[in-house]
Design a protein around this ligand. Sequence first.
Ligand SMILES: Nc1nc2c(c(=O)[nH]1)N[C@H]1C(S)=C(S)[C@@H](COP(=O)(O)OP(=O)(O)OC[C@H]3O[C@@H](n4cnc5c(N)ncnc54)[C@H](O)[C@@H]3O)O[C@H]1N2
Ligand code: MOO
Length: 413
Amino acid sequence: MTTFDPCNQPGLRAYLDAKQDMLSQLDKVSKSELVSLDQLLNRILADDLLSPIDVPSFANSAMDGYALRAEDVQEGTALTLIGTSLAGQPFNGRVGTGECVRIMTGAALPLGADTVVMQENCRSEHNFISPQGTITEGQNVRQPAEDLTQGERVFTAGTRINARVLAVLSSLGLEQLYVRRPLTVALLSTGDELKTPGELLGPGDIYDSNRIGIRAMLQRLGVTVLDYGIIKDDPALIRQALVKAASEADAIVTSGGVSVGDADYIKQVLDEVGRIGFWKLAIKPGKPFAFGQINDCPFFGLPGNPVSAAVTFHLLVRPALAKLAGEPLPAPVTLQATALMPLKKTPGRMDFQRGCVSTQADGSLGVVAAGAQSSGVFSAMAQANCLLHLEQDRGNVAEGEHVTLELIDGLYW
Ligand SMILES: Nc1nc2c(c(=O)[nH]1)N[C@H]1C(S)=C(S)[C@@H](COP(=O)(O)OP(=O)(O)OC[C@H]3O[C@@H](n4cnc5c(N)ncnc54)[C@H](O)[C@@H]3O)O[C@H]1N2
Ligand code: MOO
């Protein structure tokens, strides 16, 4: 038997369909600018990056040992040691027949040598080195351009520069690059009940946590945030703020006031000063999410319930901002896990429940609900490490059933 859920009205727009529709209405807006290496972290590459050099640019040793000519080595060979090649201090001579050079990891392979034998596999007596065991020509040598060839595409336009990408850019000797200008996003909370942390709460008041949480997510994404603060539930004030925001920002994100209550003015004002793209989706949490445009400025109305605001930001605003920033965003990587407890689910909306996934003794993944699933209970969400994707039409999940989930990227949210 399915329970009746008043929030599951027919005609709600399916998530993927709405997301696709929204993305198709958005274009890359951010221009590019030249930025120095020390400021590149978390920026987005404006162009494909072609390697300016071969990496490595010279043949070098992968081991500490001896550089030699493989053809010289037979059973019992003793090679004459003629010098040393250190990283940054190459041996300037040439390795001739019956000779070898002491070499360290990263040091240039001397002319004439083609192979390195690690020192553990060599016997050393006076000035003579006897390699032991089988030797293959070229062993322990890192060949020029083995990693990257000059002119080869290393990263595509739209790549976000994380610590690993930054290290590669440095290894190519780049000191500045064209990246996309950060997006500017106007952010505001609506609600007469909201107070900023530090203020005294009156009767019926709560602290504005959405603006702080969403602002942090935007900052993690490298967005410049125009914080418009808290706007009272007054259509004139909301109208004024949205029109100003549309003239100042690349996108607008609001929280609260998108449902059907007597003080929910967002949709009405959006309709007056811009246009509504869609409103109300078949998702839980986040049903009243609104998307639209005000004078070509994309508008995202997050529901006021804190879990709904964070989840819809991730499901819809994050991909939209990526599109505006020219950052191709792959579909989220999903995993399958076994539900270790029954999960309540009503058919009608795709449910993004908050979970805690862990590796079980047998190596498989198991998931439990991360506490209460009410969209007002944010503390449970903060404990979660994954978002379950429970299909729109499915009902309750029994213990032992498989579910799909997406890991929560703790760095960004
Ligand atoms: N009759 C109906 N009522 C509701 C429906 C519905 O379909 N029919 N949908 C419910 C759903 S689902 C959601 S989600 C909420 C969303 O409502 P709003 O976007 O209008 O949000 P508010 O009413 O302004 O606030 C909801 C809730 O969240 C608290 N809140 C608001 N802003 C913040 C903030 N910045 N920080 C922390 N908490 C915030 C607010 O005090 C309310 O408790 O509507 C349901 N109602
Ligand atoms: O969509 Mo609401 O977010 O279910 O509470």
